[in-house]
Design a protein. Sequence first.
Length: 224
Amino acid sequence: MNDHTQTKWQTPTEWANWLFAQDCTFLKSVEKLENLPAYNLTEIAFAGRSNVGKSTLINALTNRKTLARASNTPGRTQMLNFFRLHDELVLVDMPGYGYAEAPKALVAKWQKLVRQYLLGRPTLKRVYVLIDSRHGIKTNDREIMKMLDETAVSYQVVLTKLDKISEAALKKVTAETEAELQKHGAAFPILGITSSEKRVGIEQLRVEMAKLCPRYETFGFEEI
Ligand SMILES: Nc1nc2c(ncn2[C@@H]2O[C@H](COP(=O)(O)OP(=O)(O)OP(=O)(O)O)[C@@H](O)[C@H]2O)c(=O)[nH]1
Ligand SMILES: [Mg+2]
């Protein structure tokens, strides 16, 4: 038996919900690689097509309304935005890809930044690749997944906006996405299924993220 008396948390879920209710503060926006913050905190990045719901998911996870800028206008997030969660984790809101109306030069600049960041960031421990459940995996998602397969960073695919589709459609997109995930070696085999709007799947994600904190190991929770 592990001795839990040293901690206030009896289960990973308790720890995760506590952690995500702590202070979360905007740290920095970065548009050039040279300006990446230097520290030893564990980073978790959110990638995906423009408008897929990255900023909204960060707000839902941290139970804030306006921490990360969410908007109906695609291309809202134009830089890497760093948010520090209680000296434990850093959440990184990334510019979306696949935004057709963005000027080409700007798209090229974002892509370069995103690539360089994803490929060479030692503190980056997990990338969440968000996919709109109405659309499924698209070509540019495949490109990013292929790139992540080639790096040492683990990633998980998460379907968003499930409140916008029928149960039958969700079943179909889930099966298709899971089948495709099997072809990607570095992908976490379990698909995340979320609605930030209806708060579905949020706690599950919090738990997975909270497990990435270095001190999680010291709690001695028994894995179920
Ligand atoms: N119904 C519903 N709408 C959502 C959900 N998540 C996000 N949205 C909406 O989708 C739109 C885009 O969300 P954002 O969070 O700004 O998307 P993003 O991926 O950050 O977009 P960029 O910053 O352009 O890359 C907003 O209008 C959100 O309110 C969800 O779970 N359900
Ligand atoms: Mg955004």
